[in-house]
Ligand binder design. Structure first.
Ligand SMILES: C[S@@+](CC[C@H](N)C(=O)[O-])C[C@H]1O[C@@H](n2cnc3c(N)ncnc32)[C@H](O)[C@@H]1O
Length: 294
């Protein structure tokens, strides 16, 4: 049997071959792309450090043997071990910005990116934003994206995992925002001081049934980043219990709870949650003002 590395030469060959192999494998796409073609383009082009857009110029370019071996190796690990592509590449994109990721942090995919890009409008209005908290920060993607939009704000990236905070620190350096973005080790609010104008959080919120049913790809993500008790609300309850003490008057609390939103709504029938809608998909994100929480 011939070795594909001897038969395949160009970028186009590799895009075609990886697509065919992926289409023939029981992969789950839930970490940045949602189909075989986008996943194949990302694997081939980013392994070659080429842009994802406007790349037709390179389709007939021939690859070195090392480049071919790298792509085939990553393709095989994606298929055999079901490793999310972002971990194989060591990068993920959030709100159009690149972030370093590895298996110490969740792969960024929160719909909060869309809200941040829109400057938290219309909810924020023209209120000034001096301090932002990204609670349960993982790679730091949400807080660093917020820092890129609110250019004068100071941002705390808080997580209980020192492994995650090490990755967030790499991303702070990469985005050159160390003068106003810091990491803080904190068990929910326990390690934090002072008040914030905006608290953004994508905490763990997967309930026990969903944890047991998740596709193999999720097994590569840190369980601390996904599981949150039987109903998925362990961390959300703790956020709701104390957020008022950490928000300035007029401040906003915005938290993603995904599928667990039904259980949350039932647990707090009198809480005036605003459930946000997103053009690019995603749901289960609520907004409360400091006043709603009192
Ligand atoms: C769903 S991940 C989100 C990561 C990142 N915000 C994102 O959107 O990609 C949740 C994060 O919460 C952190 N975490 C879990 N329990 C925590 C706790 N008690 N206090 C603070 N952070 C916690 C995990 O370490 C993980 O990094």
């Amino acid at each position: 049997m011939s070795n594909p590395i001897d038969d395949l030469h160009t970028v186009r060959d590799y895009l075609r071959y990886v697509s065919s192999r992926f289409a023939d494998s029981p992969l789950y796409f839930g970490h940045g792309t949602d189909n075989v073609w986008d996943e194949s383009v990302q694997l081939v082009m980013r392994s070659l450090h080429l842009p994802l857009e406007n790349n037709t110029l390179f389709l007939d370019a021939r690859l070195t043997r090392e480049e071919r071996a790298l792509i085939l190796d990553r393709m095989q690990r994606r298929i055999d071990d079901r490793v999310p592509l972002a971990y194989l590449l060591g990068e993920a994109w959030f709100m159009g910005l690149p972030f370093h990721v590895d298996e110490r942090v969740l792969v960024p995919r929160s719909p909060l990116g869309e809200l941040i890009q829109g400057g938290l409008q219309p909810w924020l209005g023209n209120k000034p934003v001096g301090r932002i908290l990204d609670l349960c920060t993982g790679s730091g993607c949400i807080g660093i994206a917020a820092a890129s939009v609110f250019e004068d704000a100071e941002v705390d990236l808080a997580d209980i995992s020192t492994d995650a905070l090490d990755v967030a620190a790499v991303n702070i350096d990469y985005h050159e925002v160390g003068d106003r973005v810091s990491t803080v080790r904190s068990d929910v609010f326990d390690g934090l001081e002072g008040r914030y104008d905006v608290i953004l959080s994508n905490p763990p919120y997967v309930d026990a049934d969903d944890i047991a049913d998740m596709p193999a790809e999720y097994g590569h993500e840190p369980e601390l980043g996904l599981a949150a008790g039987g109903d998925g609300l362990d961390i959300a309850h703790r956020i709701l219990a104390r957020a008022a003490d950490y928000l300035n008057p007029g401040g906003l609390l915005i938290v993603e709870v995904g599928n667990s939103w039904v259980a949350l709504q039932e647990a707090y029938p009198d809480m005036p949650f605003t459930w946000l809608e997103f053009e690019n998909g995603g749901d289960g994100v609520f907004l409360l003002t400091a006043e709603d929480l009192h």
